[in-house]
Design a protein. Structure first.
Length: 119
């Protein structure tokens, strides 16, 4: 299953958190496509899981800061993967996941984020 998490747009501040159902997914790929920048932006992507019993979010993976135009940055979460700092987490995919794109400054950066769930 594939879905748009954040449509392509120029942003200067952290957008509203995007959460979605990952129920039944064995793996999750988040694809971030940065197509334009102004000055020196910095955006840090984070993938969190949700625990419905406690009502709290927990971190699955925090990516490295995005500071330049890039073809595609792929963040992966799943069992059987090879761990890589800031890129791949070897973990189970919870039923509810969110992606946060935290902006470090007000410089414009244009990006899209999509989620790809694998059974």
């Amino acid at each position: 299953m594939q879905q748009t998490v954040y449509a392509s747009a120029a942003r200067t501040a952290t957008p509203a958190t995007a959460q979605f159902s990952a129920r039944g997914a064995a793996g999750l790929f988040i694809v971030i496509d940065v197509t334009a920048i102004a000055a020196t932006p910095s955006v840090v992507p984070t993938i969190d899981g949700y625990d419905p019993l406690s009502g709290k979010w927990f971190n699955l993976l925090t990516g490295a800061a995005l500071t330049a135009v890039t073809a595609a940055r792929v963040l992966r979460v799943g069992r059987g993967l090879v761990a890589a700092a800031n890129l791949t987490a070897v973990d189970y995919v919870p039923d509810t996941v969110r992606v946060i794109m935290t902006h470090g400054d007000a410089d414009s950066i244009t990006y899209s984020v999509s989620a790809h769930l694998f059974r």
